[in-house]
Ligand binder design. Sequence first.
Ligand code: C2E
Ligand code: CA
Ligand code: CA
Length: 450
Amino acid sequence: MHEKIEEDKKRLEKLAMIDNVTQLGTRHNLYETCRRTIAEQPANDDTQFGILFIDIDNFKRVNDSMGHRYGDELLKTAGDRISNSVRQGDLVCRIGGDEFCVLAFGLKETKQIEQIADNILNALRIPLFINSKQLLVSASIGVVTYPKHGSNVEELLQHADIALHKAKFLGKNKIHLFSSEMDIKAKNDIALESDLSNAIKNQEFTLYYQPKIDLVSGKLVGAEALTRWNHPQKGLIPPYQFIPFLEESGLILVVGHWVIKEALRQSNEWRKILGRDIGIAINLSYRQFLDPYLFEKIETAIEDTQIPPHLVEIELTESMMMEDFETHNKTIEQLKSLGIQIAMDDFGTGYSSLAYLKKLSMDILKIDRSFVQDLPKDKNSMEIVSAIIAMSHKLRLKVVAEGIEEVEQHAFLKDNLCELGQGYLFSKPLPNDQFIQLAKDWEKNKKPLP
Ligand code: C2E
Ligand code: CA
Ligand code: CA
């Protein structure tokens, strides 16, 4: 009886320590070994150990498309290759799905662990055959060392995970060594992210408006709505710091809907205050563009505010159009049936494909700031910009130049028959009351065109 219990205990211990798919160590094993190593390390010993956090980039696709049996085979092979790339005495574990960890002992310098990481990437890169099918895999690796990057196993693994994400972000097949700045950034990001849902509840978003100027008549004819987050502690936060989080979490649908309603409401107010029409342009994210309720949302906002639809403009970017081009153009045509206008934003930063542009039912093209910035000093930019304008006109598109900061840029664009312009030369994006004041002054010619 006693012997039986001892045997069971050993079997359970083995189960807890050894992964039965790969016969490598488990997560539990990694934690235990790590804790023991830290506890046993003499205080005056300056040798370090390191953790390599490895993620097989395309494992999920193999598992989904070829089935679990193939998935398991892939894990086994990858595990073998990792084991063959490390030094004797290092511990290799599978700590979950397609994630492996190597505990590398007795390091004298960081270079050594980077060498091991290199060996692993090279070993995994060799095509592998599973059931006579050839598979190409790649991996990303995050690296930390003890004691530099953490004082306990939890902290080390958390930092290794941050480094791994950075490696993935930089492109597949990459190694990234953790640094403390990454931790600060990750913590800031997490703080911002958790503040975001409150921001929606507490209505902390606000719209700024940048005037759009008719380059020929010099009149202020419209505005682009640009979202800001008015953070209770951090103050005004620009869109590039929070839009990506909104997009990732799907909250962009909520905030984007508010932007549509608020921008239309506000611009319709301007008509009453100023006694004339002012156009309003709204930026959309890809998620919003794919939203099956987008049409309804815009339609309802137009009905509720009674704004003449031709004053409403939706800005999309080239990169949104690249996949599933035909379906996307149908969405554009459906939106246009509301009587609104569609603009291609940031033209020149992506594919700048004329072939696509020809097939899309756009009304307006916005030349990206990067081209305008080099005008008129850079000959190349001059040629590109005048070609874009000429071609747009052939396609019956109106052209807006973004980021006009200098008088010479304005002159060049005007000479090349660009219809509209935006930029600091005229005005930065402004809060609503300042925008209204500017529009009034502009009309009275208090701020004549340069
Ligand atoms: P965008 O659509 O290209 O907007 C123009 C950006 O250029 C704005 O930055 C504006 O402040 C800036 N800008 C305008 N004139 C000048 C100039 O003369 N010089 C320079 N250096 N910059 C100028 P902002 O407001 O920070 O917005 C950045 C981006 O965030 C926008 O780029 C847009 O893509 C996105 N965004 C803003 N609001 C929204 C929104 O409500 N929804 C979505 N999906 N995206 C938004
Ligand atoms: Ca825009
Ligand atoms: Ca733009």
